[in-house]
Design a protein around this ligand. Sequence first.
Ligand SMILES: CC(C)(COP(=O)(O)OP(=O)(O)OC[C@H]1O[C@@H](n2cnc3c(N)ncnc32)[C@H](O)[C@@H]1OP(=O)(O)O)[C@@H](O)C(=O)NCCC(=O)NCCS
Length: 155
Amino acid sequence: MNFSIETFGLDSSLIVDSSLSDQWEALDEYFPYPWTAEGWRDLYQQWDRHLVLHILESQKIIGLVLYGFNSDETAHLYKIVVNPLYRKRGYAGMLLERSIEYLKSKSCKSVFLEVEDTNVAAHKLYLKYHFENLHFARHFYGQNRHAYKMMLSIS
Ligand SMILES: CC(C)(COP(=O)(O)OP(=O)(O)OC[C@H]1O[C@@H](n2cnc3c(N)ncnc32)[C@H](O)[C@@H]1OP(=O)(O)O)[C@@H](O)C(=O)NCCC(=O)NCCS
């Protein structure tokens, strides 16, 4: 495997050029709930409250993980996605491991997320990396679309 991971965020002066943003937004199409262009614009304008790690293979971005910060000590994992052609090779796990290491180095104490109960791949991924089910939120994503709310303590 010839890959690398890059980290962006927690820096209000960061400028994201379109070659990067186009690839992130294209990957987001594989996510169950892609953001609108406005959602992405808000992210680019508030880098001090967000963190992205992406993974590259042969200079192509094939996966990313994105967090937002509610406070200095609490992060929310908004999305993790890997291009379908590159799944089941451990990339999401590597993105999680590397990003959690980074969060720890920034004194973050806990990570929260939601995952739809039918999303077995993602739920298993989070359990493998020691997230715990906190609460089962019925109809969280709409009628009959339930979610697990999960948390990882990293202190
Ligand atoms: C969830 C997702 C990010 C996993 O990416 P990936 O790179 O294929 O995952 P990895 O290869 O790192 O797998 C790590 C672990 O995740 C779990 N997992 C991943 N894919 C799985 C699948 N299809 N079925 C069951 N478990 C799966 C397993 O526990 C796996 O560990 P194992 O290989 O020891 O069994 C990917 O399927 C994806 O992009 N899905 C669409 C976006 C999405 O739903 N994101 C999460 C929304 S909350």
